[in-house]
Design a protein around this ligand. Structure first.
Ligand SMILES: [Zn+2]
Length: 240
């Protein structure tokens, strides 16, 4: 199955927090979008890998993505080396996306910047025909494929975006998808330990950042991204 957009996240919930509304908007526009999580988030202070699997499946349904897979890399300890790059390349070649979205280039959690560079490097390497990969469980070799564009969403740190997507109509879907991760975020009835992302302040911040980015570009809500090359526009009318 060819996808238009493939979204990678170091942990289940990264894609939703960074790009959930953009994903929902692209799906509504008829684009085929998929999510690949690098780890199961098994080191998360709250919840378990099994709980997070279920939450990720629920969030995927809310966003309407075509596929969601998990590479089961080691949370906290995966590295950007040949072994991990090859696994990411297999996903890129399997789904042949034109656009890849991945983690923030700099963030509080070390897996975010690591995952960001790993996916970005794999997008480049995936285009080299002399790197052989096979579909798992099959004999067929995969064809080389390099996504045209790689963008990085913004998560914990307030990075300055290179562009902002108008997500005014989709902020509620994003909010719902984030709340599917009930074990991770604000829940006054939870007796699990507090974490930086379990405070009300954090979940509120996701929405008020979207509002603030929207304010800066003249729409109700926005999601910001950094990108790896200049943004080209077909004409001036395509800018809001
Ligand atoms: Zn994360």
């Amino acid at each position: 199955m060819k996808l238009d957009i493939l979204v990678f996240g170091a942990h289940p919930d990264d894609a939703e927090l960074g790009a959930g509304a953009t994903i929902a908007k692209e799906v509504a526009n008829g684009k085929k979008v998929g999510i690949v999580d690098l780890t199961r988030g098994e080191l998360g202070t709250r919840g378990t890998a099994e709980i997070r699997d279920k939450e990720a499946a629920k969030a995927a349904e809310i966003l309407g993505v075509a596929i969601r897979e998990n590479l089961e890399f080691a949370d906290g300890f995966f590295t950007n080396d040949r072994e991990h790059q090859l696994e990411v390349i297999k996903m890129i070649r399997k789904y042949r996306p034109d656009t890849v979205l991945c983690n923030a280039i700099d963030d509080r959690h070390i897996d975010h910047s690591k995952g960001s560079k790993l996916v970005s490097d794999a997008c480049f390497l995936s285009g080299l025909i002399k790197i052989d990969t096979k579909f798992s469980g099959e004999d067929a070799w995969q064809e080389a494929w390099r996504p045209k564009l790689v963008h990085h969403y913004i998560q914990w740190k307030n990075l300055e975006p290179d562009f902002v997507v108008d997500v005014s109509e989709y902020i509620e879907i994003k909010d719902k998808a984030i709340k599917a991760y009930a074990s991770q975020f604000y829940d006054p009835n939870s007796d699990e330990p507090e974490t930086p992302i379990s405070s009300k302040n954090f979940t509120d911040s996701v929405i008020y950042r979207a509002r603030d980015l929207g304010r800066m570009v003249g729409v109700a809500y926005g999601e910001g991204f950094t990108t790896e090359r200049f943004i080209a526009v077909k004409n001036l009318d395509s800018l809001i």
